[in-house]
Design a protein around this ligand. Structure first.
Ligand code: GYE
Length: 307
């Protein structure tokens, strides 16, 4: 019996999967929900999770991945800050035969075998959806102030690309100001304050297009402090669908957003577990979200608050 229980203990030990997760940071409400979803999923599946917060710096992510490799984890999940600069560390993981899942933002590497799969939303489509809504709302005539996301991050690059593609069809619309707000509320507010000063207190601005809700919420604050009504005097559009933004829409201070699911933990673990079980994993697992406006915001806020 003793030998049997010792061996069962040993098997159990061997069986517990250890996964390292390098997360961007906690710059937005969306990001925080995403981290929580990964932690909850790990717990539900009995996975030992090594969580590392990079505080929006790629160098911290590279260090974390190296330490995961040194610890001999069974799999690595990277939510990359920026697209470039990943080749060396991914090669190290490959040499150590550790599968890597890229989640959310993209990476630029020629050799696709450097990672197992990518799980992400179609950011270009998000940009297109919100631009189409804004153009319909303003009859194609709008001077736009853009709050960009983190420089070099797919979510910023592709959302801008999709938005601008639609905008190109409307000659009476234009982006008149554009700057990064680094996906944070405080920077979004700060940049919006400077836009308002530069545009005669905001009278020239028809809409704010923020690459995420968090910056939009900062911009709303700045607009209110400048004595204008966000959502009315200046339209507010963005992406993510965080509860705070639904609340702002319900209160008439924001106009539209495209929801992005933060529940990326489950599919990431699914991919690694399938791979470890010898199954084939498809190269891109893509998700997309719907557009929400003020009409349903109050009800949607209640739903999300209870989650
Ligand atoms: O929209 C933003 C976050 O990469 C898609 O990063 C993600 C973005 C998300 O901080 O809120």
């Amino acid at each position: 019996i003793i030998i049997l229980s010792i061996s069962i203990l040993m098997i159990n030990k061997v069986a517990a999967t250890t996964i390292g997760f390098s997360q961007v940071g906690s710059e937005s409400g969306w990001r925080t929900s995403f981290s929580e979803s990964v932690k909850a999923q790990a717990q539900a599946r009995g996975i030992e999770l090594k969580f590392s917060d990079a505080q929006q710096k790629q160098e911290n992510q590279i260090k974390a991945v190296r330490s995961f490799i040194a610890q001999g984890v069974d799999g690595i999940i990277i939510a990359p800050v920026v697209e470039t600069g990943w080749k060396p560390v991914l090669r190290e993981a490959k040499r150590a035969r550790i599968p890597v899942v890229i989640v959310d933002r993209n990476i630029k590497v020629k050799q696709q075998s450097l990672f197992l799969t990518r799980i992400a939303s179609d950011f270009e489509e998000e940009g297109e959806k919100i631009a189409n809504w804004l153009m319909a709302q303003t009859k194609g005539e709008c001077a736009i102030a853009e709050l960009q996301g983190t420089v070099g991050a797919t979510a910023a690059i592709d959302r801008a690309k999709g938005f601008n593609r639609v905008l190109a069809k409307f000659p009476k619309s234009k982006i008149i100001r554009s700057q990064t707000g680094e996906f944070t509320r405080s920077k979004g507010k700060e940049v919006m304050e400077s836009f308002l000063k530069a545009e005669q207190g905001g009278k020239n601005i028809c809409a704010v297009w923020a690459h995420n809700d968090e910056m939009a919420l900062g911009a709303i604050q700045a607009i209110k402090e400048a004595g204008l009504k966000p959502g009315t005097d200046i339209l507010i559009v963005s992406v993510d669908g965080v509860p705070d933004y639904f609340k702002a829409m319900a209160e008439g201070e924001a106009n539209a957003t495209v929801e992005l699911s933060p529940h990326l933990g489950g599919p990431s673990f699914d991919a690694i577990e399938a791979h470890l079980a010898g199954k084939k994993v498809q190269k891109l697992i893509s998700t997309t979200g719907d557009l929400f406006t003020q009409d349903t915001a109050a009800a949607e806020y209640q739903k999300r608050r209870l989650q």
